[in-house]
Design a protein around this ligand. Structure first.
Ligand SMILES: [Zn+2]
Ligand SMILES: [Zn+2]
Length: 158
């Protein structure tokens, strides 16, 4: 945090220092929707401590979760542990579950590279069916081309 006269004090150790790193955790456990909490600002010493903490989480506790806005500590730790973060939308091809990884988790970098080379189609947030041309491919779903346009026509007619 910054004091009134613009001095920075570390959110972890509380000492006056130079701002070195920051992170923003997800505000909820389900990530749906991901609502971030307030950012935390830390000094270099605490960033190094945090990096070791992340390495321990990844290696010993097998964490797959990460922060919404990542610290250098987390990014460096993930690199050292050979894992990669899957962003919103996931990675891979939904036609086969073994060729797809869900969003907001770490997976082994080797697996990430394999999946990211596959064609990606994305999926509907309602029914999880595959999206095609920005609409849900399930004709029964409210996000399908026909249902969306029906709803639109109804709105315009009202
Ligand atoms: Zn500190
Ligand atoms: Zn759908």
């Amino acid at each position: 945090m910054w004091t009134l006269n613009n001095h920075f004090s570390c959110d972890h150790c509380g000492l006056f220092a130079v701002l070195y790193d920051s992170y923003t955790p997800f505000g909820c456990s389900s990530y749906d929707p991901p609502e971030p909490l307030d950012p935390t600002y830390i000094c270099k010493k605490c960033s190094k401590i945090l990096e070791r903490k992340w390495i321990k989480r990844f290696k010993e506790e097998r964490w797959k979760l990460g922060d919404w806005r990542k610290s250098w500590a987390e990014i460096n730790a993930a690199k050292k542990c050979n894992i990669s973060w899957v962003n919103s939308g996931g990675v891979g091809n939904l036609q086969d579950k073994s060729n797809f990884a869900d969003s907001y988790q770490y997976i082994p970098t080797k697996e990430y590279k394999r999946l990211s080379k596959l064609p990606y189609y994305g999926y509907c947030t309602e029914c999880k069916a595959e999206n095609k041309n920005a609409y849900c491919s399930n004709p029964e779903c409210d996000n399908s081309f026909n249902k969306v346009n029906e709803a639109r026509a109804k709105l315009e007619g009202a």
